[in-house]
Design a binder for this molecule. Structure first.
Ligand code: F6P
Length: 343
């Protein structure tokens, strides 16, 4: 019987538990696989820290946010027990034959390296930012968009009451998908994303034209947005576990600038981790369950070095290195499509 170890790595994301449940249910029922979970991401694999994952453990899990396995931004090459050779020994000691790594770009890159060095590993893409290439959507994104849209709806009623400009900052490190979708759904008057810089003059022109129509302007900005002249993304919080700048705060920078230039009272809200928490939407539960089920097929077929992906409505297999070639950014034409109705 194949024994499979599952881990969740990087920032958590609504739907992780649904993946775990989907994998355990199909893996045990259809493929006769057995499962354990590595605790706190790669750290659990490196340190050989596991929990049993059987059917009763995953019962009723698909609607639960977070991850029952815990996660971290700890890499598999970190620490004295890290690296492919040590990991191979740990897997041997635990009797684990294969690894399923659920994570974002950093996880896929680490998985590719481990695969190159002989570890039997497959993956499931995860990120609320929806910026992983070669998969149409990642689970967690729909939930984050839903939460951000609700925030816009709520900010509009308070903004309208006070005739203020409201700025909502959402997540989106290198890709503005959450801002674009939530801003579109919530009818924002300007959507600012990392891929396409806008000048302060342009932003203020949109804001002023909305005010001149007697409306309260609503601006949605992704955390990775930069103004022309900014050489780096706005970050004042140091680095994360993967040595990337911790983002957050560009909305607070923009609000006083808008107020000063337009004379319109402006308030900023940074939505932050609320976007990653709580119950996944039905769409994310379905996608996550299907991906979890499909990744056990990769294990059964010994398609090491691949991750499952959504292509249209089908679940496909994509090699890690293909998925890592590029980021899935918002194409210019997709941004322009909405930009024509800003202001
Ligand atoms: O990668 C997803 C993401 O939500 C980014 O948009 C954000 O910058 C990052 O996670 C923050 O996560 P943490 O503070 O947990 O490292």
């Amino acid at each position: 019987m194949t024994k499979v170890g599952i881990l969740t790595s990087g920032g958590d994301c609504p739907g992780l538990n649904a993946v775990i449940r989907g994998a355990v249910l199909k893996g045990t029922t259809v493929h006769g696989q057995q499962f354990v979970g590595f605790l706190d991401g790669w750290r659990g694999l490196v340190e050989g820290n596991v929990m049993d994952l059987d059917r009763p453990t995953v019962r009723g899990l698909s609607h639960e946010g977070g991850t029952i396995l815990g996660t971290s931004r700890f890499g598999p090459y970190q620490g004295p027990n890290g690296g492919a050779e040590n990991i191979a020994r740990t897997l041997d000691r635990l009797g684990v034959d294969a690894v399923i790594a659920i994570g974002g770009e950093g996880t896929a890159a680490a998985s590719q390296r481990l695969y190159d060095e002989g570890i039997k590993i497959v993956g499931v893409p995860k990120t609320i930012d929806n910026d992983l290439d070669r998969t149409d959507y990642t689970f967690g994104f729909d939930t984050a968009v839903e939460i951000a849209t609700e925030a816009i709806d709520r900010l509009r009623t308070t903004g309208n009451s006070h005739k203020r400009c409201m700025v909502l900052e959402v997540m989106g490190r290198g890709a503005g998908w959450i801002a674009l979708h939530a801003g579109t759904a919530g009818g924002a008057h300007a959507i600012l994303i990392p891929e396409h810089p806008e000048t302060m003059e342009q932003i203020c022109a949109w804001v002023t034209s909305v005010r001149d129509r007697g409306r309260a302007p609503m601006v949605v900005v992704a955390e990775g947005f930069t103004l022309p002249g900014m050489t780096e993304v706005y970050s004042t919080k140091g680095l994360d576990g993967f040595d990337r700048p911790r983002l957050g705060g560009i909305g607070e920078v923009l609000a006083p600038m808008i107020e000063e230039r337009t004379g319109i009272e402006t308030r900023a809200t940074v939505l932050g981790y609320v976007q990653r928490g709580g119950v996944p939407t039905a769409f994310d539960r379905v996608l996550a369950t299907r991906l979890g089920m499909a990744v056990t097929d990769l294990v059964a077929r010994r398609q090491w070095g691949n991750m499952v992906a959504l292509h249209g409505t089908d679940i496909a297999a994509v090699h890690f290195d293909e998925a890592l070639v590029d980021h899935k950014r918002v194409p210019l034409e997709r941004y322009q499509e909405m930009r024509v109705i800003f202001g």
